[in-house]
Design a protein around this ligand. Structure first.
Ligand code: NI
Length: 158
């Protein structure tokens, strides 16, 4: 496992659309392991492969609860419900936080790392994380959809 280099604001790759994963091979498993390690190193709740420079539809999410990290390959949001203003940040935009409107519930389908097609009904933070990461796969970033006037820059510590 290895920490991958994160791509940050201003990197054109963040605006590109990621491609569907067709084969789940050794190389993809290594990418997934590295993404989880990288997400944990930076205390992220979620990471999309594009954020480490790989244009594949792969997402890792960890809410730091009993479920452990979740891996979503080729995720598709098939249903959304509700809308709420939530606080959001992104590992590619360090120290920037803003309010974004996200659904309170989503139903998503994805392939897990064993290749099984799954369906998840997610609420609140998990729903928000899935929406944020699926946006990344489509070349969209949260700063483009913030509630006007809510963007805050926090100074890095130390
Ligand atoms: Ni992000």
């Amino acid at each position: 496992m290895a920490i991958r280099k994160l791509r940050y604001e201003g990197d054109e790759i963040l605006k590109k659309k990621s491609r569907e994963v067709e084969v789940i091979d050794e190389k993809l498993q290594t990418l997934i392991d590295d993404m989880i390690e990288t997400m944990h190193k930076y205390n992220g709740v979620g990471l999309a492969a594009v954020q480490v420079g790989i244009l594949k539809r792969v997402v890792t999410i960890d809410l730091y609860d009993d479920n452990g990290p979740i891996v979503l390959i080729n995720p598709v949001i098939i249903k959304t419900k509700g809308a709420e203003e939530v606080d959001e940040g992104c590992l590619s935009f360090p120290n920037q936080f803003a309010k974004v409107v996200r659904p309170t519930e989503v139903v998503a389908e994805y392939t897990d790392r064993e290749g099984k097609r799954m369906r998840v009904k997610a609420k609140d933070l998990l729903a928000q994380a899935i929406c944020h990461e699926v946006d990344h796969l489509n070349g969209e970033v949260f700063v483009d959809k913030i509630v006007p006037g809510t963007l805050e820059y926090l100074e890095p510590e130390g």
